[in-house]
Design a protein around this ligand. Structure first.
Ligand code: HEC
Length: 105
């Protein structure tokens, strides 16, 4: 389920290729395995979000909100350190658009 995106893939393509859908859902509204990703911009700057994707455990250690969130799910957010920094930045930018971004863009 965790493939490598094509070079130049858009944020939504990286989301699909990386298997985020398995836990966060096709429309990012969440599932029993992961929270909704619809309203991230209140909690995340884009650079922080891009860094988080490579090392979620760093945030769980530092941020009480993330600790709570982690405890509410059986699974934990995997580290996507297989993605390049450019890919994580594109993915973070798309995630921050929230639910207004179309999933087919
Ligand atoms: C195995 C299930 C799983 C997969 C796959 C997964 N996540 Fe997560 N994700 C979680 C869980 C569970 C959390 C809650 C925090 C924790 O437990 O670590 C989370 C948290 C997050 C958060 C923080 C949400 C917030 O409220 O701040 C973001 C952003 C996120 N995931 C994005 C992604 C992206 C993008 C992908 C694909 C590259 C992905 N996740 C793949 C399970 C998953």
């Amino acid at each position: 389920m965790r493939g490598q995106p094509e070079p130049g893939a858009s944020g939504s393509q990286i989301y699909a290729a990386s298997g985020c859908i398995a836990c966060h859902g096709e429309d990012r509204k969440g599932s029993s395995r992961g929270p909704s990703l619809h309203d991230l911009s209140g909690n995340w700057s884009q650079p922080d979000l891009a860094a988080y994707l490579a090392s979620p455990s760093t945030w769980i250690e530092q941020d009480p909100r993330m600790q709570k969130l982690d405890q509410s799910y059986n699974a934990s957010m995997p580290a996507f350190d297989n993605l390049s920094e450019a890919e994580r930045t594109r993915l973070a930018a798309w995630l921050q658009l929230g639910r207004s971004a179309s999933s087919s863009e």
